[in-house]
Design a protein around this ligand. Sequence first.
Ligand SMILES: Cc1cc2nc3c(=O)[nH]c(=O)nc-3n(C[C@H](O)[C@H](O)[C@H](O)COP(=O)(O)OP(=O)(O)OC[C@H]3O[C@@H](n4cnc5c(N)ncnc54)[C@H](O)[C@@H]3O)c2cc1C
Length: 424
Amino acid sequence: MNPGIIRGAVRPCGRLRSHPSNLIRVMPAKGGPKISATSTPTRASSRPHVIVIGGGVIGLSIGWRLAASGCRVDLYDKGPVGMGASHAAAGMLAAGVEAEPGEQPLLPLCRESQALWPGFAAELKAASGRPVGLRREGTLVVALTRDDVALLRTNYEFQRKLGLDLHWLNGAEAKEREPHLNPRAAAAVFSPADGQVDNRAVTAALVDAFVASGGTIHEGFAVDALELDGGRVRGVVVNGEVRRADMVVLAAGAWSRRIGGLPPELLPPVRPVKGQMLSLRMDPAAPLASHVIWAPKCYLVPRADGTLIVGATTEEKGWNADLTAGGVLALLEAAWRAIPGIEELPIAEMWTGFRPGSRDDAPVLGPVPGVDGLVLATGHHRNGILLTPVTADCVADFVLTGRIDPRIAGFGLDRFLKGREAAA
Ligand SMILES: Cc1cc2nc3c(=O)[nH]c(=O)nc-3n(C[C@H](O)[C@H](O)[C@H](O)COP(=O)(O)OP(=O)(O)OC[C@H]3O[C@@H](n4cnc5c(N)ncnc54)[C@H](O)[C@@H]3O)c2cc1C
Protein backbone atom coordinates (compact mmCIF):
# COMPACT_ATOMS: atom_id res chain seq x y z
CA MET A 1 0.00 0.00 0.00
CA ASN A 2 1.24 3.46 -0.83
CA PRO A 3 2.10 5.35 2.36
CA GLY A 4 0.49 8.55 1.08
CA ILE A 5 -2.99 7.14 0.55
CA ILE A 6 -5.45 5.99 3.20
CA ARG A 7 -8.71 4.37 2.12
CA GLY A 8 -11.94 4.43 4.02
CA ALA A 9 -15.29 3.12 2.87
CA VAL A 10 -14.98 4.18 -0.77
CA ARG A 11 -18.45 4.24 -2.24
CA PRO A 12 -18.62 3.52 -5.94
CA CYS A 13 -20.10 6.44 -7.90
CA GLY A 14 -23.28 5.28 -9.58
CA ARG A 15 -23.04 7.86 -12.34
CA LEU A 16 -19.94 6.34 -13.93
CA ARG A 17 -20.92 3.86 -16.57
CA SER A 18 -17.84 2.10 -17.79
CA HIS A 19 -14.77 3.17 -15.93
CA PRO A 20 -12.76 0.00 -15.48
CA SER A 21 -12.22 0.44 -11.77
CA ASN A 22 -13.49 2.47 -8.86
CA LEU A 23 -10.14 2.36 -7.16
CA ILE A 24 -7.25 4.58 -8.11
CA ARG A 25 -3.86 2.98 -7.72
CA VAL A 26 -1.36 5.57 -6.54
CA MET A 27 2.23 5.09 -7.57
CA PRO A 28 5.11 7.27 -6.43
CA ALA A 29 6.81 9.43 -9.06
CA LYS A 30 8.95 7.26 -11.34
CA GLY A 31 12.38 6.80 -9.87
CA GLY A 32 11.52 9.15 -7.01
CA PRO A 33 11.75 8.31 -3.35
CA LYS A 34 8.73 7.01 -1.47
CA ILE A 35 7.81 9.82 0.86
CA SER A 36 5.04 9.59 3.42
CA ALA A 37 3.30 12.45 5.15
CA THR A 38 5.11 11.69 8.35
CA SER A 39 8.59 11.26 6.91
CA THR A 40 9.01 14.25 4.60
CA PRO A 41 12.45 15.57 5.45
CA THR A 42 11.89 19.03 3.97
CA ARG A 43 8.73 19.87 5.93
CA ALA A 44 9.06 23.27 7.59
CA SER A 45 7.47 23.35 11.04
CA SER A 46 6.54 27.03 10.58
CA ARG A 47 4.24 26.05 7.73
CA PRO A 48 0.57 25.51 8.52
CA HIS A 49 -1.01 22.09 8.67
CA VAL A 50 -3.70 22.21 5.98
CA ILE A 51 -6.75 20.05 5.36
CA VAL A 52 -8.11 20.10 1.80
CA ILE A 53 -11.72 18.98 1.28
CA GLY A 54 -12.11 17.47 -2.20
CA GLY A 55 -9.76 15.57 -4.48
CA GLY A 56 -10.59 16.96 -7.91
CA VAL A 57 -8.10 18.93 -9.98
CA ILE A 58 -8.65 21.98 -7.77
CA GLY A 59 -8.06 20.37 -4.37
CA LEU A 60 -5.24 18.16 -5.63
CA SER A 61 -3.37 20.98 -7.36
CA ILE A 62 -3.62 23.27 -4.32
CA GLY A 63 -2.60 20.37 -2.09
CA TRP A 64 0.37 19.63 -4.32
CA ARG A 65 1.59 23.24 -4.25
CA LEU A 66 1.26 23.36 -0.45
CA ALA A 67 2.88 19.98 0.20
CA ALA A 68 5.74 20.93 -2.12
CA SER A 69 6.18 24.14 -0.06
CA GLY A 70 6.69 22.12 3.10
CA CYS A 71 3.16 22.12 4.56
CA ARG A 72 1.65 19.04 6.10
CA VAL A 73 -1.42 18.47 3.90
CA ASP A 74 -4.24 15.99 4.45
CA LEU A 75 -6.73 15.75 1.58
CA TYR A 76 -10.13 14.16 2.18
CA ASP A 77 -12.45 12.88 -0.50
CA LYS A 78 -15.83 11.26 0.03
CA GLY A 79 -15.10 8.82 -2.79
CA PRO A 80 -12.12 7.86 -4.87
CA VAL A 81 -10.16 11.02 -5.72
CA GLY A 82 -10.53 12.50 -9.17
CA MET A 83 -13.90 10.95 -9.99
CA GLY A 84 -16.03 14.10 -9.82
CA ALA A 85 -16.24 16.77 -12.51
CA SER A 86 -12.51 16.44 -13.07
CA HIS A 87 -13.12 12.94 -14.44
CA ALA A 88 -16.17 13.96 -16.45
CA ALA A 89 -14.62 16.98 -18.21
CA ALA A 90 -13.43 17.29 -21.80
CA GLY A 91 -10.20 19.05 -20.87
CA MET A 92 -10.56 21.99 -23.25
CA LEU A 93 -8.46 25.02 -22.47
CA ALA A 94 -10.91 27.31 -24.19
CA ALA A 95 -10.31 30.82 -22.90
CA GLY A 96 -10.99 32.32 -26.33
CA VAL A 97 -13.90 30.54 -28.00
CA GLU A 98 -15.83 30.21 -24.73
CA ALA A 99 -15.71 33.97 -24.02
CA GLU A 100 -19.35 35.02 -23.73
CA PRO A 101 -21.10 38.35 -23.25
CA GLY A 102 -21.44 39.01 -19.52
CA GLU A 103 -18.36 36.97 -18.63
CA GLN A 104 -15.75 39.62 -19.52
CA PRO A 105 -14.43 39.85 -15.91
CA LEU A 106 -13.48 36.16 -16.09
CA LEU A 107 -11.54 36.43 -19.35
CA PRO A 108 -8.23 37.77 -17.95
CA LEU A 109 -8.16 34.94 -15.37
CA CYS A 110 -8.88 32.34 -18.08
CA ARG A 111 -6.21 33.76 -20.39
CA GLU A 112 -3.69 33.91 -17.57
CA SER A 113 -4.30 30.27 -16.68
CA GLN A 114 -4.18 29.22 -20.32
CA ALA A 115 -0.74 30.86 -20.58
CA LEU A 116 0.38 29.01 -17.42
CA TRP A 117 -0.66 25.59 -18.74
CA PRO A 118 2.50 24.64 -20.73
CA GLY A 119 4.76 25.33 -17.74
CA PHE A 120 2.30 23.67 -15.33
CA ALA A 121 2.10 20.56 -17.54
CA ALA A 122 5.90 20.34 -17.73
CA GLU A 123 6.25 20.75 -13.96
CA LEU A 124 3.56 18.16 -13.32
CA LYS A 125 5.25 15.70 -15.65
CA ALA A 126 8.57 16.25 -13.88
CA ALA A 127 6.94 15.71 -10.47
CA SER A 128 4.81 12.70 -11.41
CA GLY A 129 6.52 11.09 -14.39
CA ARG A 130 3.20 11.31 -16.27
CA PRO A 131 2.42 13.31 -19.41
CA VAL A 132 -0.93 15.10 -19.31
CA GLY A 133 -1.82 15.16 -23.00
CA LEU A 134 -1.41 18.90 -23.63
CA ARG A 135 -2.29 19.50 -27.27
CA ARG A 136 -1.89 22.88 -28.94
CA GLU A 137 -3.30 22.39 -32.44
CA GLY A 138 -5.92 25.02 -31.62
CA THR A 139 -9.70 25.04 -31.85
CA LEU A 140 -12.04 25.37 -34.82
CA VAL A 141 -15.57 26.71 -34.35
CA VAL A 142 -17.52 25.45 -37.34
CA ALA A 143 -20.69 26.79 -39.00
CA LEU A 144 -22.77 24.44 -41.13
CA THR A 145 -25.81 26.50 -42.16
CA ARG A 146 -26.40 30.15 -43.08
CA ASP A 147 -27.90 30.76 -39.61
CA ASP A 148 -24.81 29.22 -38.02
CA VAL A 149 -22.60 31.56 -40.06
CA ALA A 150 -24.55 34.61 -38.86
CA LEU A 151 -24.20 33.52 -35.22
CA LEU A 152 -20.53 32.67 -35.69
CA ARG A 153 -19.89 36.12 -37.20
CA THR A 154 -21.58 37.85 -34.22
CA ASN A 155 -19.54 35.86 -31.69
CA TYR A 156 -16.35 36.36 -33.70
CA GLU A 157 -16.80 40.14 -33.73
CA PHE A 158 -17.58 40.20 -30.00
CA GLN A 159 -14.54 38.04 -29.16
CA ARG A 160 -12.19 39.96 -31.50
CA LYS A 161 -13.16 43.18 -29.71
CA LEU A 162 -11.92 41.56 -26.49
CA GLY A 163 -8.50 41.29 -28.13
CA LEU A 164 -8.59 37.55 -28.78
CA ASP A 165 -6.43 36.10 -31.54
CA LEU A 166 -9.08 34.53 -33.83
CA HIS A 167 -9.06 33.91 -37.57
CA TRP A 168 -12.04 33.74 -39.91
CA LEU A 169 -11.87 30.82 -42.38
CA ASN A 170 -14.13 30.09 -45.33
CA GLY A 171 -15.49 26.57 -45.78
CA ALA A 172 -12.63 25.41 -48.00
CA GLU A 173 -10.03 26.71 -45.55
CA ALA A 174 -11.79 24.96 -42.68
CA LYS A 175 -11.83 21.66 -44.57
CA GLU A 176 -8.16 22.06 -45.41
CA ARG A 177 -7.49 22.03 -41.67
CA GLU A 178 -9.99 19.25 -40.94
CA PRO A 179 -10.62 17.17 -44.08
CA HIS A 180 -13.31 14.99 -42.44
CA LEU A 181 -15.60 17.94 -41.72
CA ASN A 182 -19.04 17.86 -43.33
CA PRO A 183 -18.47 18.96 -46.97
CA ARG A 184 -21.22 21.56 -46.41
CA ALA A 185 -19.20 23.35 -43.68
CA ALA A 186 -19.69 26.99 -44.64
CA ALA A 187 -17.19 28.82 -42.43
CA ALA A 188 -15.14 28.49 -39.28
CA VAL A 189 -13.21 30.51 -36.75
CA PHE A 190 -9.76 29.27 -35.83
CA SER A 191 -8.42 29.98 -32.35
CA PRO A 192 -4.74 29.01 -32.15
CA ALA A 193 -4.47 29.53 -28.37
CA ASP A 194 -7.34 27.22 -27.35
CA GLY A 195 -5.94 23.73 -26.83
CA GLN A 196 -6.68 20.79 -24.56
CA VAL A 197 -5.27 18.51 -21.88
CA ASP A 198 -6.35 15.00 -20.96
CA ASN A 199 -8.11 15.86 -17.69
CA ARG A 200 -8.04 12.25 -16.42
CA ALA A 201 -4.28 12.13 -17.01
CA VAL A 202 -3.98 15.48 -15.20
CA THR A 203 -5.82 14.09 -12.18
CA ALA A 204 -3.68 10.95 -12.07
CA ALA A 205 -0.51 13.04 -12.37
CA LEU A 206 -1.69 15.38 -9.60
CA VAL A 207 -2.35 12.42 -7.29
CA ASP A 208 1.20 11.16 -7.83
CA ALA A 209 2.78 14.60 -7.54
CA PHE A 210 0.83 15.35 -4.35
CA VAL A 211 1.75 12.06 -2.70
CA ALA A 212 5.39 12.33 -3.82
CA SER A 213 5.53 15.79 -2.23
CA GLY A 214 4.48 14.30 1.09
CA GLY A 215 0.71 14.91 0.99
CA THR A 216 -1.71 12.32 2.38
CA ILE A 217 -4.95 11.34 0.63
CA HIS A 218 -7.86 10.01 2.68
CA GLU A 219 -10.16 8.33 0.15
CA GLY A 220 -13.66 7.40 1.11
CA PHE A 221 -13.72 9.84 4.03
CA ALA A 222 -16.53 12.36 3.60
CA VAL A 223 -16.11 15.59 5.53
CA ASP A 224 -19.42 16.18 7.29
CA ALA A 225 -18.72 19.63 8.69
CA LEU A 226 -16.17 22.27 9.47
CA GLU A 227 -15.10 22.50 13.10
CA LEU A 228 -15.42 26.16 14.07
CA ASP A 229 -14.49 27.88 17.28
CA GLY A 230 -14.87 31.62 17.92
CA GLY A 231 -14.70 32.76 14.30
CA ARG A 232 -11.85 30.40 13.43
CA VAL A 233 -11.79 27.06 11.70
CA ARG A 234 -10.06 24.41 13.81
CA GLY A 235 -10.41 21.44 11.48
CA VAL A 236 -13.09 19.22 10.01
CA VAL A 237 -15.50 16.57 11.26
CA VAL A 238 -15.17 13.15 9.62
CA ASN A 239 -17.22 10.19 10.82
CA GLY A 240 -18.08 12.11 13.98
CA GLU A 241 -14.41 12.73 14.77
CA VAL A 242 -12.67 16.11 14.70
CA ARG A 243 -9.52 16.18 12.57
CA ARG A 244 -7.59 19.30 13.46
CA ALA A 245 -5.65 21.62 11.17
CA ASP A 246 -4.44 25.22 11.05
CA MET A 247 -6.23 25.94 7.80
CA VAL A 248 -8.93 24.27 5.68
CA VAL A 249 -9.34 24.62 1.93
CA LEU A 250 -12.88 23.89 0.74
CA ALA A 251 -12.57 22.48 -2.80
CA ALA A 252 -15.51 20.10 -2.94
CA GLY A 253 -16.69 21.17 -6.40
CA ALA A 254 -20.45 20.98 -6.93
CA TRP A 255 -20.85 19.55 -3.40
CA SER A 256 -19.28 22.57 -1.69
CA ARG A 257 -22.56 23.77 -0.11
CA ARG A 258 -23.14 20.40 1.49
CA ILE A 259 -20.41 20.80 4.10
CA GLY A 260 -21.93 21.64 7.47
CA GLY A 261 -20.81 24.12 10.09
CA LEU A 262 -21.10 27.41 8.21
CA PRO A 263 -24.05 29.78 8.42
CA PRO A 264 -26.01 29.51 5.13
CA GLU A 265 -25.04 33.00 3.95
CA LEU A 266 -21.35 32.08 4.07
CA LEU A 267 -21.71 28.91 2.03
CA PRO A 268 -20.36 29.43 -1.51
CA PRO A 269 -23.31 29.81 -3.93
CA VAL A 270 -22.46 26.74 -5.98
CA ARG A 271 -24.89 24.31 -7.60
CA PRO A 272 -24.51 21.19 -9.77
CA VAL A 273 -24.84 21.81 -13.52
CA LYS A 274 -25.29 18.45 -15.17
CA GLY A 275 -23.39 17.50 -18.32
CA GLN A 276 -23.82 14.33 -20.37
CA MET A 277 -20.91 13.24 -22.54
CA LEU A 278 -19.68 10.25 -24.51
CA SER A 279 -16.54 9.11 -26.25
CA LEU A 280 -15.91 7.28 -29.50
CA ARG A 281 -12.86 5.29 -30.55
CA MET A 282 -10.98 6.47 -33.65
CA ASP A 283 -7.99 4.81 -35.25
CA PRO A 284 -5.14 6.81 -33.66
CA ALA A 285 -3.14 6.39 -36.88
CA ALA A 286 -5.98 7.89 -38.95
CA PRO A 287 -7.98 10.19 -36.66
CA LEU A 288 -11.05 12.00 -37.99
CA ALA A 289 -9.98 15.24 -36.29
CA SER A 290 -6.87 16.81 -34.83
CA HIS A 291 -8.17 20.17 -33.55
CA VAL A 292 -10.77 20.64 -30.87
CA ILE A 293 -13.91 21.28 -32.93
CA TRP A 294 -16.94 23.26 -31.80
CA ALA A 295 -19.92 22.54 -33.99
CA PRO A 296 -23.54 23.61 -33.55
CA LYS A 297 -24.87 21.84 -30.39
CA CYS A 298 -21.71 19.86 -29.58
CA TYR A 299 -17.95 19.91 -29.33
CA LEU A 300 -15.46 17.21 -30.32
CA VAL A 301 -12.16 16.73 -28.54
CA PRO A 302 -9.70 14.32 -30.15
CA ARG A 303 -7.14 12.72 -27.85
CA ALA A 304 -3.79 11.46 -29.12
CA ASP A 305 -4.77 7.85 -28.28
CA GLY A 306 -7.71 7.99 -30.72
CA THR A 307 -10.43 8.75 -28.17
CA LEU A 308 -12.91 11.31 -29.51
CA ILE A 309 -14.85 13.05 -26.73
CA VAL A 310 -18.28 14.32 -27.71
CA GLY A 311 -19.86 16.81 -25.33
CA ALA A 312 -21.82 18.08 -23.67
CA THR A 313 -25.30 18.83 -22.48
CA THR A 314 -25.83 21.65 -19.97
CA GLU A 315 -28.77 20.86 -17.68
CA GLU A 316 -30.21 22.29 -14.49
CA LYS A 317 -31.42 18.98 -13.03
CA GLY A 318 -30.07 19.15 -9.51
CA TRP A 319 -28.31 15.92 -8.56
CA ASN A 320 -29.99 13.81 -11.23
CA ALA A 321 -27.15 11.85 -12.87
CA ASP A 322 -29.15 9.92 -15.47
CA LEU A 323 -27.81 9.46 -18.96
CA THR A 324 -30.82 10.08 -21.17
CA ALA A 325 -31.72 8.90 -24.64
CA GLY A 326 -32.46 12.49 -25.63
CA GLY A 327 -29.12 13.78 -24.35
CA VAL A 328 -27.05 11.10 -26.05
CA LEU A 329 -29.11 11.32 -29.25
CA ALA A 330 -28.63 15.09 -29.45
CA LEU A 331 -24.87 14.81 -28.97
CA LEU A 332 -24.46 12.00 -31.49
CA GLU A 333 -26.62 13.72 -34.08
CA ALA A 334 -24.75 17.02 -33.73
CA ALA A 335 -21.40 15.24 -33.91
CA TRP A 336 -22.52 13.29 -37.00
CA ARG A 337 -23.61 16.51 -38.71
CA ALA A 338 -20.16 18.00 -38.10
CA ILE A 339 -18.15 14.89 -39.04
CA PRO A 340 -20.32 12.32 -40.84
CA GLY A 341 -17.52 9.71 -40.64
CA ILE A 342 -18.14 9.21 -36.91
CA GLU A 343 -21.06 6.97 -37.88
CA GLU A 344 -18.77 3.94 -38.07
CA LEU A 345 -16.90 4.54 -34.83
CA PRO A 346 -17.46 2.35 -31.78
CA ILE A 347 -18.80 4.02 -28.66
CA ALA A 348 -16.20 3.76 -25.91
CA GLU A 349 -17.96 5.28 -22.91
CA MET A 350 -20.89 7.47 -21.81
CA TRP A 351 -21.11 9.41 -18.58
CA THR A 352 -22.51 12.37 -16.71
CA GLY A 353 -20.85 14.88 -14.41
CA PHE A 354 -21.66 17.93 -12.30
CA ARG A 355 -20.01 21.26 -13.10
CA PRO A 356 -19.69 23.37 -9.96
CA GLY A 357 -21.67 26.37 -11.24
CA SER A 358 -21.63 29.58 -9.22
CA ARG A 359 -24.21 32.36 -9.44
CA ASP A 360 -22.12 34.33 -11.96
CA ASP A 361 -20.34 31.32 -13.51
CA ALA A 362 -16.99 32.47 -12.12
CA PRO A 363 -15.03 30.67 -9.39
CA VAL A 364 -15.21 31.53 -5.71
CA LEU A 365 -11.66 31.88 -4.42
CA GLY A 366 -10.07 33.09 -1.20
CA PRO A 367 -11.05 33.73 2.42
CA VAL A 368 -14.47 33.68 4.04
CA PRO A 369 -15.27 36.95 5.84
CA GLY A 370 -15.45 36.33 9.58
CA VAL A 371 -14.09 32.78 9.46
CA ASP A 372 -10.32 32.78 9.88
CA GLY A 373 -8.42 29.89 8.41
CA LEU A 374 -11.07 28.84 5.88
CA VAL A 375 -10.23 29.25 2.20
CA LEU A 376 -12.61 28.65 -0.71
CA ALA A 377 -11.57 27.19 -4.05
CA THR A 378 -14.76 26.19 -5.81
CA GLY A 379 -17.36 27.22 -8.40
CA HIS A 380 -15.16 26.76 -11.47
CA HIS A 381 -18.17 25.73 -13.53
CA ARG A 382 -17.16 24.79 -17.10
CA ASN A 383 -13.59 26.14 -16.80
CA GLY A 384 -12.08 24.23 -13.90
CA ILE A 385 -9.48 22.37 -15.91
CA LEU A 386 -8.46 25.57 -17.68
CA LEU A 387 -8.30 27.45 -14.37
CA THR A 388 -6.34 24.82 -12.42
CA PRO A 389 -2.83 26.37 -12.69
CA VAL A 390 -3.84 29.89 -11.69
CA THR A 391 -6.13 28.62 -8.91
CA ALA A 392 -3.41 26.39 -7.48
CA ASP A 393 -0.83 29.19 -7.47
CA CYS A 394 -3.07 31.91 -6.05
CA VAL A 395 -4.87 29.84 -3.40
CA ALA A 396 -1.66 28.17 -2.19
CA ASP A 397 -0.04 31.61 -2.03
CA PHE A 398 -2.94 32.90 0.08
CA VAL A 399 -2.62 29.97 2.50
CA LEU A 400 1.11 30.58 2.86
CA THR A 401 1.22 34.39 2.99
CA GLY A 402 -2.31 35.67 3.66
CA ARG A 403 -1.95 37.83 0.51
CA ILE A 404 -4.79 37.91 -2.01
CA ASP A 405 -3.17 37.76 -5.43
CA PRO A 406 -4.53 40.59 -7.62
CA ARG A 407 -5.44 38.00 -10.27
CA ILE A 408 -8.13 36.53 -7.99
CA ALA A 409 -9.06 39.70 -6.11
CA GLY A 410 -12.40 40.01 -7.91
CA PHE A 411 -13.43 36.40 -7.29
CA GLY A 412 -13.95 36.30 -3.53
CA LEU A 413 -17.10 35.27 -1.69
CA ASP A 414 -17.50 38.93 -0.70
CA ARG A 415 -18.86 39.78 -4.17
CA PHE A 416 -22.01 37.82 -3.28
CA LEU A 417 -22.29 39.35 0.18
CA LYS A 418 -22.18 43.03 -0.83
CA GLY A 419 -25.90 43.41 -1.57
CA ARG A 420 -26.72 41.60 1.65
CA GLU A 421 -24.59 43.98 3.75
CA ALA A 422 -26.20 47.00 2.13
CA ALA A 423 -29.68 45.59 2.79
CA ALA A 424 -28.91 44.88 6.45
C1 LIG B 1 -19.44 17.40 -18.76
C2 LIG B 1 -18.38 18.37 -18.29
C3 LIG B 1 -17.47 18.88 -19.20
C4 LIG B 1 -16.48 19.78 -18.79
N1 LIG B 1 -15.55 20.21 -19.69
C5 LIG B 1 -14.57 21.07 -19.28
C6 LIG B 1 -13.57 21.51 -20.17
O1 LIG B 1 -13.54 21.10 -21.34
N2 LIG B 1 -12.64 22.38 -19.73
C7 LIG B 1 -12.62 22.86 -18.44
O2 LIG B 1 -11.78 23.67 -18.10
N3 LIG B 1 -13.55 22.42 -17.56
C8 LIG B 1 -14.52 21.56 -17.95
N4 LIG B 1 -15.46 21.14 -17.06
C9 LIG B 1 -15.48 21.72 -15.72
C10 LIG B 1 -14.47 21.06 -14.81
O3 LIG B 1 -14.58 19.67 -14.92
C11 LIG B 1 -14.70 21.48 -13.38
O4 LIG B 1 -14.80 22.89 -13.28
C12 LIG B 1 -13.55 21.02 -12.49
O5 LIG B 1 -13.29 19.66 -12.69
C13 LIG B 1 -13.87 21.29 -11.05
O6 LIG B 1 -12.90 20.66 -10.27
P1 LIG B 1 -13.11 20.50 -8.72
O7 LIG B 1 -11.86 19.89 -8.19
O8 LIG B 1 -13.55 21.80 -8.14
O9 LIG B 1 -14.37 19.54 -8.58
P2 LIG B 1 -14.49 17.95 -8.70
O10 LIG B 1 -13.60 17.40 -9.72
O11 LIG B 1 -15.94 17.65 -8.83
O12 LIG B 1 -13.95 17.46 -7.31
C14 LIG B 1 -14.65 17.68 -6.12
C15 LIG B 1 -14.32 16.53 -5.20
O13 LIG B 1 -14.85 16.80 -3.91
C16 LIG B 1 -15.25 15.58 -3.35
N5 LIG B 1 -16.20 15.84 -2.27
C17 LIG B 1 -17.46 16.30 -2.39
N6 LIG B 1 -18.05 16.39 -1.16
C18 LIG B 1 -17.12 15.99 -0.26
C19 LIG B 1 -17.10 15.85 1.15
N7 LIG B 1 -18.17 16.14 1.91
N8 LIG B 1 -15.97 15.39 1.75
C20 LIG B 1 -14.89 15.08 1.02
N9 LIG B 1 -14.85 15.17 -0.34
C21 LIG B 1 -15.95 15.64 -0.97
C22 LIG B 1 -15.87 14.83 -4.53
O14 LIG B 1 -15.92 13.44 -4.29
C23 LIG B 1 -14.93 15.20 -5.65
O15 LIG B 1 -13.89 14.25 -5.84
C24 LIG B 1 -16.44 20.21 -17.44
C25 LIG B 1 -17.32 19.66 -16.52
C26 LIG B 1 -18.28 18.74 -16.93
C27 LIG B 1 -19.20 18.13 -15.92
